[in-house]
Structures are given as C-alpha cells and as structure tokens.
Design a protein around this ligand. Structure first.
Ligand code: NDP
Length: 291
C-alpha cells in the first residue's frame, strides 16, 4: 500500500486565495488593509529567510507588511520598546517576533509584551494558557499546529477517540499540537527525548505528528498500517547533488513510511506552507476584529 500524499502546498494556496479575496472585500468597504509587523533580532540566516517569506506572502494577499530588524546586541528594553510602539500603531494588526531570540533576551517577557489582540503567532502566555485550558478560547492558535489541524480536517481524518501521538513537546509545536488534538477528543500521548520505546508508542498511533527536528527519525516499522502521519520537521541534510549543497528532509523517513501509512505529508510541501497560510489567517482575523 502507498499512502495518499496530503498536499499542503495546494491546501495553503486555496486558503491564501480566500484570504486575498476577503482582504480585497474589506479594503473596498473600509479603505483599510490588515497590517503584519515582523520583528527580527540578529542575523540568523534561517530566521531571515522565514521573515522575508512571511512579509512577501502577506503582501501577495494584499496586506501591509512592516519589517523591523534589530542587531543581535539589542537590549531587552529596545525589543520591548519596539513591541510597545507596534502595539500602539493602528496600522499594525499582527505582531510577530521571530524566534529563537538571542540568548541574553527574556523571550517570555517579550512575547508577553505583545498586545493580546495582535498576538498572531499565538505565543503570548495568556493565549497559550487559554489554549491548554478546557472551555477557554485563545484569541489566536499557534500557526504550525493550527495548520496541522486544518490538514487533518480537510483530509477527513476522524480524531474523536483516535490514538494520537505527538513527538516533541516544544512551546511552539508539540505542546500546542497535543492540546488541539485533545480538544478534538483524541486520546493523546506526547513523547520527548526522555520517552522510552518510541517505536512501540508510535505503532499504536492512528495519527502521528512528528516535531522533533531529527532527520528521518521515524521509520516504516514504527507505523501502524493505515495511520495518518504529519511530518512537521524541517532538517537540512548535506546533498552534493543539490545546487545549494543541502536539501530539506522531515523527521519522518518518507520513502519507508509512505509504504505503510494511509496518509502522509511530504517535506517540503506539507506543513511548511500551512504555517504561513495560518499566519495570514490569524492576521486577517485580528484585522476583522477591528472593523
Ligand atoms: P525543539 O527543538 O524546540 O523541540 C524538539 C522536541 O523534540 C523536544 O520536545 C525534544 O524533547 C524532542 N526530541 C528531540 N530529540 C528527540 C528524540 N531523539 N526522541 C524523542 N524526542 C526528541 O523543536 P521545534 O518544536 O521548534 O521544531 C521541531 C521541528 O519542527 C524542527 O525540525 C523544526 O525545524 C520544525 N518546524 C517546522 C515548522 C514548519 O512550519 N514546518 C515550524 C516550526 C518548527 P525534550 O523536550 O525532551 O528536549
């Protein structure tokens, strides 16, 4: 059996098209556009590329993009000062502080300084708190796990009562992903670097989400036949045949796993494009609350 490929690129393009239409409609009605501000501290090349892509995508759907770059030596007060300025700027509806921040900065305080109404990454401690509580609603759900949920929904994957396993417990992917699956009434197991017998735990999963940052860690014999596999991982591996000298692979050994799974997301072209589409959706939602 070969798994059905869940095409994140196509789903994300469809969502972006809908967002573009709604942005144009709102602009015609109000003369205003949603504005997304990105804040990059330091010169990490991967972060620079992510921020560029987010800015470009927001402009493509008709939003206003504001890009702020601070040196790696920026102080806590400088970064928080910029966030407060953006909080007060009525043209800015979403604020994204690119992570990771340089080590000397207090990430929690900076994320906590973002206005709740503009927290389009969904990382403000209050939004995260509401996300993990029963019966509370965050204003925004973090983009990557939200994108995974949309892929599962659009693929018609039943979650109620399903055994879901999440590999990874980070604040930005694993932990919110587990919370969302739990809210969807799955029975959720979260694994991490201290978990024992990962293959055995994974073999019980009807839905497996891998977010560990370990190239091709999840093997074909870890998979229950017919399971749905969502690969969040983005890992650079050397590839002398590629122009750049490297290529991107997921946390899942795609060639092996696709022979056992029922559905699988590829890397690239799975979760990645969904993350940006969800950021645009969150920015549009933030704007809509102001009109
Ligand atoms: P982190 O490094 O913050 O977290 C990794 C998690 O995986 C931790 O919980 C860690 O456990 C766990 N882990 C690491 N190694 C193992 C192992 N050998 N066995 C079991 N668990 C392990 O990573 P992120 O959550 O930020 O990202 C995960 C992956 O997703 C990365 O490849 C990243 O590039 C990608 N990513 C992709 C996005 C997209 O849009 N497609 C967006 C964000 C991330 P412990 O807690 O014990 O340390």
């Amino acid at each position: 059996m070969t798994a059905t490929i869940i095409d994140g690129t196509a789903v994300a393009a469809d969502i972006r098209e809908k967002i573009k239409g709604r942005v144009a409609e709102l602009y015609a009605a109000t003369g205003r556009k949603p504005g997304l501000a990105t804040v990059l501290v330091g010169e990490d090349p991967a972060s620079q590329a992510y921020v560029r892509m987010k800015g470009k995508n927001s402009v493509e759907v008709g939003m206003e993009s504001f890009s702020y770059k601070l040196p790696a030596t920026a102080t806590q007060e400088e970064v928080e000062g910029l966030v407060r300025e953006l909080n007060a700027n009525p043209a800015v509806h979403g604020i994204l502080v690119q992570l990771p921040l340089p080590k000397h900065l207090n990430e929690e305080a900076i994320l906590g300084a973002i206005s709740l109404e503009k927290d389009v990454d969904g990382f403000h401690p209050v939004n995260i708190g509401r996300l993990v509580m029963k019966g509370r609603k965050p204003l925004f759900i973090p983009c990557t796990p939200k994108g995974c949920m949309v892929l599962l929904e659009r693929s018609g994957v039943p979650l109620e009562g399903a055994n879901a396993v999440v590999l990874g417990r980070s604040n930005i992917v694993g932990m919110p992903m587990a919370a969302l699956l739990l809210h969807a009434n799955a029975t959720v197991t979260t694994c991490h670097s201290r978990s024992r017998d990962l293959p055995g735990i994974c073999r019980r999963a009807d839905v497996l989400v891998a977010a560990v940052g370990r190239p091709k860690m999840v093997k074909g014999d870890w998979i229950k036949p017919g399971a749905v596999v969502i690969d969040v991982g983005v890992n650079r591996v050397e590839d002398p045949t590629a122009k750049s000298g490297y290529r991107l692979v997921g946390d899942v050994d795609f060639d092996e796993v696709k022979e056992v799974a029922g559905m699988i997301t590829p890397v690239p072209g799975g979760v990645g494009p969904m993350t940006i589409a969800m950021l645009l959706q969150n920015t549009l939602d933030a704007f809509e609350r102001t009109v």
